[in-house]
Ligand binder design. Structure first.
Ligand code: U5P
Length: 216
């Protein structure tokens, strides 16, 4: 999954065209959407025909989460929310996704357990296992867990079982793909941003990851 955190709409489109054949999904976040519009998701989808996940890390009370999720899922195929707000905030997002599902549009609700940066050790890590247990209980469609700390990735993966893991931290954040390859299954994703979109040839860089993952 490529993270398209560029702040120029045209650049985002250009990179999408270069990398789409090597990725399973595209993740957009605030950098791109705030510098353009949420409808950029439609444009990228039209070009790539790939799953688009909106990484908005929802972290609010249920009724506000619900509003943000309703607006976001008009465009994205999935939405990432924080788990530390508690069960009701996640359930509110799942309710929205369910309504879309009833109309035939499956939407994924993905929950953050432990983040990949160093600061996550301070407050999130101490409760991350419990968050993973909650994710499993709520049957979310995916969880985010760090490639920067393979042992934590493994623990969280063991807790969530068959729920797919989305793992950022490879490349720019120092995570080593070789150290997580044997932890991740076929349904899991690595998320790579800067190492692809800041490279001289994003297409070739995405292809590099594609081959490693495909040939393992
Ligand atoms: N992301 C993380 N760590 C997390 C959750 C999400 O890095 O724990 C997101 C970042 O916001 C970025 C992408 O969009 O994943 C990683 O980008 P990069 O470090 O590969 O450039």
């Amino acid at each position: 999954m490529v993270a398209l955190d560029v702040t120029d709409e045209n650049k985002a489109i250009e990179i999408s065209r270069e990398v789409f054949q090597y990725v399973d999904a595209i993740k957009v976040g605030y950098p791109l959407v705030l510098s353009s519009h949420l409808s950029i998701v439609d444009r990228i989808k039209e070009i790539t025909k790939k799953e688009i996940i909106c990484d908005f890390k929802l972290a609010d009370i249920p009724s506000t989460n619900e509003k943000i999720a309703s607006l976001t899922l008009r465009y994205g195929d999935g939405i990432i929310c924080h788990g530390f707000l508690g069960e009701d905030s996640i359930r509110a997002v799942q309710e929205v996704a369910k309504k879309y599902g009833e109309k035939g549009n499956y939407k994924k609700v993905i929950m953050v357990t432990e983040m990949s940066h160093r600061g996550a050790i301070q407050f999130i890590q101490p409760v991350a296992d419990e968050l993973a247990e909650m994710a499993k209980r709520l049957k979310v469609d995916g969880v985010v867990a760090p490639s920067t700390r393979p042992e934590r990735l493994k623990t969280i993966k063991d807790i969530v079982g068959d729920i797919p893991v989305l793992s950022p931290g490879i490349g720019a954040q120092g995570g080593d793909l070789n150290k997580v390859l044997n932890i991740l299954d076929e349904d899991d994703y690595i998320i790579v941003g800067r190492d692809i979109y800041e490279s001289e040839n994003p297409g070739r860089r995405a292809q590099y990851y594609y081959h490693i993952l495909k040939d393992r």
